[in-house]
Design a protein around this ligand. Structure first.
Ligand code: DQA
Length: 143
């Protein structure tokens, strides 16, 4: 199975940004955590991060017919980007939305997620474990 993991803006700043919310682990640690988990499984994984909405959209478009599942943490674009939602709809690849923090228990504006109109499932507030759960969900349901 081929899975594309996409992380949006400032996820590369993990370990530096708002550590009281996002913890001390770095983006490199996140990559290692995902790769260590998928290594001995029948999963081909690509992990991509961009701070740019357009590049995330390009990456989603490029995934067309190449990937069987997408795990996406659109970060701040979650709450603003109809364009990322439309890109996901266009390629129509089963998608799980992940947030490290519990976005429902933060500011009001974080309660809106455009991506969740398309995502099969949304996992919030479970830190790195959320990505593992998302991969397991895709594996169990869309292999
Ligand atoms: C986030 C939550 C978003 O509201 C925020 O803008 C992020 C990260 C999370 O993983 O908890 O950058 O998606």
């Amino acid at each position: 199975m081929r899975i594309l993991v996409i992380n949006g803006p400032n996820i590369n700043m993990l370990g530096i940004r708002e550590r009281e919310l996002y913890g001390n682990k770095t983006y490199k640690d996140l990559i290692k955590c995902i790769k260590d988990y998928t290594d001995d499984k029948d999963i081909e994984i690509e992990i991509y991060q961009s701070n740019s909405e357009g590049q995330i959209i390009n990456k989603i478009q490029e995934a067309y017919k190449l990937y069987d599942g997408i795990v996406i943490n659109p970060a701040a674009y979650t709450h603003t980007s109809v364009a990322i939602l439309d890109a996901l709809k266009a390629v129509n690849i089963p998608t799980v939305e992940v947030h490290l923090t519990d976005v429902d228990n933060r500011e009001e504006f974080r309660k809106i997620s455009y991506v969740s109109y398309f995502a099969k499932k949304t996992i919030k507030g479970k830190g790195f474990e959320g990505y593992i759960e998302a991969i397991d969900y895709l594996k169990e349901n869309f292999k």
